[in-house]
Design a protein around this ligand. Structure first.
Ligand code: F6R
Length: 364
């Protein structure tokens, strides 16, 4: 039930600190990963993995895109990500000893299941990261890791996404510890994961500020979401949330692509949302944001650096507390979920049951 919340989506956004605890429970101990969580056969599989193929649809695909940054950086093995509906119908080349990871909240998405069936016989092993125990996906894969997010009622996926990200980071650790990740590095990442509930709680305090910001979007017809690095898929997820529930056209771009086309769209009628944590890409991103301002585009920045991006005419800033670099995609997702939620509420759409969409897409 919704309890004090007006919609399931809002309730599920607010459940995320607790969901973080649930997905970590029994999977980490003190400062390390407990890889038995993936099943008894998992260790032997992880020993042999030389590349990773991630498959998913929609929001789950965005989680996969984030994981690619983590897996290639920390495990140093090639990782490919593709939407299942494309992958299943093309001739794919699958490198030797590939771990296939299928991501799905429901475990019943037709394209993801079909893609799995298509290549199952050609991979080293298959792993489901899924929120529904006993679902088709879990039954048909060799290994599985449940995201333990609890039932997600809102059609727009929120807590399922952030719990998938944590599950993917755990998977990354399992692979990376076999490819040079030191136990100190692993301990640091585990500490960062364990800090998520508290950090999410802090982010939820930004809700009223974000609600205020959302006013600026209600009358607009188009928006652009920008991010760089692992925040690019976060921008994609932010754009998907906005279009799903507020019916405002939203597109995400890696900020470096702006001048290769989308800049032509920018004017004062096109709000531009940027996710801008304080990391090594911030200066690059800031230069991209200046390009937007120079064309009269109004900026809405979720910023991790109070000093370098300041509120001024045409730039609205919401400051986020400092977060560790690898956790940025998990944490910066929350304010974008809240933004789309509040825009939809202002527009008066059916937040939990957006038109034309189904929670589980069991047909192609
Ligand atoms: C977006 C959303 C969809 C699903 C997609 C895959 O908010 O919910 O894009 O993410 O249909 O569903 P699962 O994860 O159940 O395979």
């Amino acid at each position: 039930e919704k309890g004090p919340f007006k919609h399931f989506m809002l309730k599920e956004i607010y459940e995320q600190p607790q969901v973080m605890r649930q997905v970590l429970e029994g999977r980490v101990y003190k400062d390390h990963l407990l890889e038995q969580a993936f099943g008894v056969a998992a260790a032997e599989v992880f020993d042999q993995v030389k590349s990773v193929q991630l498959l998913a649809c929609g929001t789950s695909y965005h989680a996969g895109m984030v994981a690619r940054y983590w897996i290639e950086e920390l495990a140093g093995i090639p990782c490919h990500v593709e939407v299942a509906s494309e992958f299943r119908y093309r001739s794919v080349v699958i490198p030797q000893d590939t771990l296939l990871i299928c991501l799905s909240q429901s475990g019943e998405t037709a394209d993801t299941l079909a893609a799995l069936r298509e290549v199952k016989g050609r991979v080293l092993s298959s792993l489901a990261i899924c929120n529904v125990p006993g679902s088709s996906l879990v039954r048909e894969t060799d290994l599985s890791l449940m995201t333990n997010a609890g039932p997600e009622i809102g059609v727009a996926s929120t807590k399922a996404f952030t719990s998938q990200l944590v599950a993917l980071m755990l998977t990354t650790l399992a692979l990376a510890r076999r490819h040079g990740l030191s136990s100190e590095q692993e301990a640091e990442i585990v500490q960062n994961l364990l800090a998520l509930p508290e950090q999410m709680q802090d982010l939820l305090k930004l809700d009223s500020q974000i609600e205020e910001m959302s006013q600026a979007f209600a009358e607009k017809h188009h928006t652009l979401f920008l991010g760089r690095g692992s925040l690019y898929p976060v921008a994609m997820e932010g754009a998907l949330k906005l279009k799903e529930i507020s019916y405002i056209h939203a597109e995400a771009y890696p900020a470096g692509e702006l001048k290769h086309g989308p800049l032509a769209l920018v004017d004062k009628e096109m709000p531009v949302v940027a996710v801008a944590p304080k990391n090594s890409m911030l200066d690059k991103l800031k230069a991209n944001l200046q390009e937007v301002r120079a064309r009269g585009g109004e900026l809405f920045v979720f910023s991790g650096d109070r000093q370098s991006i300041q509120q001024e005419e045409g730039i609205s800033v919401i400051s986020l507390p400092p977060v560790s670099r690898l956790m940025e995609p998990i944490l910066y997702t929350l304010p974008l979920q809240l933004l789309s939620y509040h825009v939809a509420v202002i527009k008066g759409t059916d937040v939990d049951q957006p038109r034309n969409l189904a929670k589980s897409v069991t047909v192609e």
